[in-house]
Structures are given as C-alpha cells and as structure tokens.
Ligand binder design. Structure first.
Ligand code: ADE
Length: 355
C-alpha cells in the first residue's frame, strides 16, 4: 500500500488530532474519574483471571526474549476494562502507551503521524478498531507485520516511493465487534482475547477498591447490592458507586449500606437486574407493540429514540447475556423471562409456546 502525500507534511498531526492521542499518565481524580481509579498493575486489576494468567506468561516470555509483545486484540462488550488492561500491560512491560481510537484516524496522515512518533517497544492502543477505514488499515498491515511504512511522495511522473522503517512496537486493538474486523487485519494479531462479564463478587471487589480510593465509606452488603445492579460491568459499578455515595451523603449518614444502595438505585430507576429506563422501554416496546418480536433493530431504534449503534453496543450485550433478549435472522425478540421480569402475563401466542 502506498500513501500519496503531495504536500509532504504527512508527519505533522494537526493540533486537533494530537489531542486524540493520549499519553497514559497519573491524573487528577476530580478531572478524570475513570483514569484515576484505573488499576495500574495485575495485582490491583480485579477479574478476567484466566486472561490475566495467560498475559503474565506472554509478558514474561517477551521480556526474556527482549522483544516487544505480539500484537494483541481484545474484544467484548464496552466497559469491561480493555483500555485499562492495555495500560496494565504497558506498565508491566515497562513501556509507554499511546492511546487513540479508530474514528480519530480519519486521514492517512493521522495514522502515519502516530506510527512515526512511536519509540522502540512502545504500545499503540487503538480503541474501536473495527471502525478503522480501509486506507488506514492498509497502512497498518506492513507496519504490524514488518515494521515499515511504504510511502509515495510527489505527483504522477515525479512519484517517489519511500520505505520508512519503524521501531518495533506492539499494537493493542480493542473492539466491541470482533466480527466487523476484516480478515486480513484480524490475522495480523498474534494474540486474540475476549473479555468476560464480571461476577457479582468481582464487581463488589471493584466497588470496594474504588470506594477506598474516593474515600467513600461502604460495607460488604452495600458493595454487593451495587454489584448486583451493575450488569457485570466495572465501568457501570464505578459510576453507580459515585451516584449512590451522593445519596448516602445527602440523605443518610454518608455510609453505603445495603438499604442505602437499594433505595438509591430504586430512585435512579435501576432495577434489580441493573436494567435502566432505556432497556425497559426497549423490551416493553417489543412486548406491547410487536407481540414479543421478532422486530428489526432499526424499527426499535426509531420507536424508542435511540440510535442503532447505542442499542447494539450499550444495551444489547447484557440483555443478550442474561437471556432477556434474543437475536434472530428476522430481528430481536424477547423471552418468557422478559415477560416475567417486567411483570407481564405471557398471554400471547408467540411466547406461550415457549413454556
Ligand atoms: N476499575 C475498573 N475496572 C477494574 C478492574 N478490573 N479492577 C479494579 N478496578 C477496576
């Protein structure tokens, strides 16, 4: 793949684009809550234990060989810690990490600029890598495989091809949609791992750790009560701990206990499965207007006023996981459990047959 650069300024990333490349650093909790509570090492990273065990071996082997890690691809629902894990890997390898996301790599110069700014051994993390455009993808192929860029400068008759060597680096890609990655890109990752939803016990550990960092008083049952409604997702658990702590501070004596957590989450309209108003509206729509489904995702999105991507990426993974929603070739449908959870009698023909 060649890149035509007629103004020869492909190395400069515009100021606006540079903002999209974040160097991992210690940060101020008030300004960036999520970064502040991110675990920085395997010792403090809770959950994903099978994956952690394999990664520890991979890292130790790479260090013994004095080679950078193979390129890694993490996939799974949002909020499970793909970016966090990339940061942990960088820390454990003792290298810097540059973080960006595919939508920020719109023009060839964006990806070239980042690749050329890498130091030997560094990690480049690209979030939402399934959204990388074709040109950027093809620039990445030789960079990932043989660590060089093929560049063409000038116009028509005066075209010159330049092979620019790159330092050896590790690409960590993250995606919620592994199926949307092209075959050639997927094949260039040496290690591919799926991140799993967290158990309630793991989430309650995450919650207690976060509460400790933020100086929030919480007991065991309070942490478990929040964990139960966190949809298996640490990002949600961390968000809820802050919200519940607001209630605890204003309405109670500041400490999060089980009744405080339950009452606060009821007020926030997060039910005992962790479903919020959008999830319930989506499921109720399928039941009330489409007799339990199947119904197309575009129809659902238009009816509840959400975009398709939000439904697919944010709402659906958990609803599918707990069996409250099913995906069929003819669209989405609910299950008998959905009727029960939302307090409906399963009187329609569509669902009765499932009992
Ligand atoms: N915060 C977010 N994800 C976490 C994890 N896996 N372990 C500890 N704290 C977290």
């Amino acid at each position: 793949m060649s890149i035509i650069s007629d103004d020869n300024d492909f190395i400069n990333i515009s100021d606006e684009k540079q903002k999209t490349v974040v160097k991992a650093e210690i940060c101020d909790c008030d300004k960036n809550f999520e970064n502040c509570i991110r675990p920085k090492s395997f010792d403090t990273y809770i959950g994903q234990s099978a994956l952690k065990d394999t990664l520890k071996i991979t890292i130790e082997a790479a260090k013994k060989r004095e080679q950078p890690l193979d390129h890694l691809l993490f996939y799974g629902p949002p909020g499970l810690g793909k970016t966090t894990l990339a940061g942990v890997i960088a820390q454990e390898m003792g290298v810097d990490i540059k973080i960006t996301s595919a939508p920020a790599l719109e023009r060839p110069r964006d990806i070239i600029g980042i690749l050329m700014s890498l130091q030997g051994g560094e990690i480049l993390f690209i979030d939402e890598i399934h959204r990388l455009n074709k040109v950027a993808e093809e620039i990445l192929y030789p960079a990932m495989e043989d660590f060089y860029l093929d560049m063409t400068t000038g116009k028509s008759q005066t075209v010159k091809t330049l092979r620019v060597p790159l330092p050896k680096f590790t690409l960590i890609g993250a995606t919620t949609k592994a199926g949307e990655l092209s075959g050639p890109l997927r094949d260039r990752f040496g290690i591919i791992h799926r991140l799993e939803f967290y158990t309630e016990k793991e989430l309650s550990q995450v919650i207690k750790r976060t509460a400790g960092i933020l100086n929030i008083e919480i007991d065991e049952k309070g942490a478990l009560a929040i964990a139960r409604r966190s949809r298996g997702t640490p990002r949600i658990a961390n968000r809820l701990v802050k919200r519940v702590s607001d209630f605890a501070l204003v309405k109670y004596n500041g400490k999060i206990t089980e009744p405080v957590a339950d009452e606060s989450l009821d007020i926030l309209k997060i039910d005992e499965f962790g479903l919020d108003t959008t999830d319930r509206n989506l499921l109720k729509l399928i039941i009330e207007k489409y007799d339990g489904g199947p119904v197309g995702i575009e129809t659902i999105a238009a009816a509840i006023g959400e975009d398709v991507r939000t439904i697919e990426d944010v709402c659906e993974p958990f609803l599918l996981q707990v069996g409250l929603l099913q995906r069929t070739p003819r669209g989405r449908k609910v299950s008998p459990a959905t009727y029960r959870h939302l307090g409906y009698k399963t009187t329609n023909s569509n669902q009765q047959s499932l009992f």
